[in-house]
Every structure is written in structure tokens, then in C-alpha cells.
Design a protein around this ligand. Sequence first.
Ligand code: MTE
Length: 341
Amino acid sequence: MSSKKNSGINIKSYEITDESLYLKRRDFIKAMGLGLALLPQNGKSNAEYYPDRTVLTHGQQISDEVPDWVKQKIYAAHPGIYSTSETPTPYEYVSTYNNFYEFGSGKDDPVANARNFRTDPWSIEIAGDAEITGIFSLEDIVAANDLEERIYRLRCVEAWSMVVPWIGFPLKKLLSRFKPLSRAKYVRFETLYDPSQMPGQRALFKSIDYPYVEGLRIDEAANDLVILAVGLYGKPLPGQNGAPLRLVVPWKYGFKSIKSIVKIEFTNKRPKTTWEVTNPKEYGFYANVNPNVDHPRWSQATERRLPSSLFRSNRIETQMFNGYADQVSYLYRGMDLRRFF
Ligand code: MTE
């Protein structure tokens, strides 16, 4: 991602993280025999239904700091629908190659800086145009729902991608509990603002404004594919991946999938979302994955599927709506997707 703010500063994350160095280090780790990268295979072109597909790794080491109820919910998670048959990106990549500007703008900053991120106790405010509003504990928000594993493609606007086995529950279950009013046309999400824990928020020159904000149209939010995730790979979410609760919207560029959520608000005004505010010419509100609409500075026709290296770039074609067109294209019927990018 890059940000071009009024200060005239134009920072590209790939200028901050030397990606080739990062990937070389990964190759070195592999060469040392410490990890065997799985070769991703190209799956079908659309979201698939694989009820038996699971990578749930129950019983793995989980930090003692994670509350028991979270562990129990995660152990009880079952395979959900709409998982892809594509090979998940190894955990070591999913949990070390991250975008989470609150913890730094380099790809390996979040894993280093989120190590002591405190996520318990955690509360979430439900606000705005809904029948039920208030401040709720994480347990109150999550515990009433059965958790599912959903193996989804994640396509970043920077043209790399992964396949991630998330654990979570459909956002539409939260909508049916809190009952947005008919005038609520959008859902707005906000990340924690806590400069004492998040070095990116106390940096002298910030590349984006905080708190990080994202939003969806209410009918998008009600789509079956959108989940609120609390885990991945059968374990609680690591801090760098957005613990304790994050959004996952698999047909949109990754920046819509906001991390470490503290507020969910129903509103009739389209939210001013972080990347759109930062650089409206380059990042739109919709941010649907679309191989036919290029970013002003690079093509979106293909993507680099991680793991990749200097010698094996692992480039694959990007699919319309990230391969989820069958499930979501009805949301955009009649819309000019070049204009509403
Ligand atoms: N949420 C917050 N609060 N801050 C961020 O910087 N980065 C976004 C998104 N959610 C981001 C965020 C971007 S650009 C991407 S690609 C995904 O998180 C990356 O998720 P991952 O690190 O779990 O792969």
C-alpha cells in the first residue's frame, strides 16, 4: 500500500520492507530444512463448497494468555461452507508477512511489535442505527455463535495473495442479533486506538490516520461470505493478524478486512474509510478484487501467490471478485465497477 497525504510524503510499503531480502531469508530457512513450503495449486475459478475440507489443528500450543472460553470455542469449530480446495499458505507466512500499520509499515514489523499486544479484556461497542446498542465483552459478542473454519483466498491490493484457514462466524449473525434499523445503509468498523501499545500510532510521521476505519454496504455485510474471525489454523488469531476479532471479506482487497475491531456502527452515511481518505485516486470504498481495473501504478491482472521467491514468482491470474463471483456479483448488478472501484 502506499500513502500520499497532504504532507506530500509518498511511502510504499515495499520500499520500507525489502521484499526480496525477506523472501531470500525465507528461502534460507527452507534450505536449512526448517520448513517445507507447500506448493499451492490453482483451484476452481469460483468459491467452492467443501464441507469436509479442514485444516483444523486442534490441540496445538495455544498461549496461556488466551482465555479458556476462546480456546474451547476454537476447539469446537467445524468446517464451514465455501472453503476453497487450494492449498493453504503455510502458517509461517500467514503469521509473519503482514500488513498492520498500527504495528509498523514493514511486512515483518507486526509480528515483532504485536508480541505483547493485550487482547484480554476486550470490549466492542455496537453503535448507531440499530435496535440494540451498547458496549459488549468479546465473549458476549462471540460465544453465542458456532465457529466455522473457512479456507479463503486473501488478495492484497499490492498484488500478492494467500490462502488462509480462518475460524469465525458470519457477520450476518451479528446483524440479526443487533438488528440494524431500515435507515442503516452501511456498517462502519473501527480498530483499537492505543498508541501506548501500537507504535505506528505514535510515530512522528504517520502514513495513515488512526483509528483505522473500514466499512461495507449493509447488503454486502449480510452476504454469507463475510465473517468475523477469531482464529486461523485452528488457533486463536495472533496479534499481527488482528486479534482478538477481525473482519474477513474474501472478494475485496485485503485492506477492507479490518483488524482488532473495537467498534461496529450502523449508519446511513457512507463511512470515510482509511485508505480512501489517504489516497482517494488509488483506493476506493468498494475495493472489489477486479483484474480488469488496474491500480493507477500497477496491474491487477495477476497476483503473486505466497510462498514465492525470486526464482519462482508463483504468479497466477487474478479472478473477478477473487473467485467469489457466483456468491457476490448480484450485489453490484448495473454498477460501473470502474467508477466504483
Ligand atoms: N487493519 C488494520 N487495523 N490496520 C491495517 O494496517 N491492513 C489491511 C488489513 N487490515 C490493516 C488492517 C491490509 S492492507 C491487509 S492486506 C490485511 O489486513 C492483511 O491481513 P493479514 O496481515 O492477516 O494477512
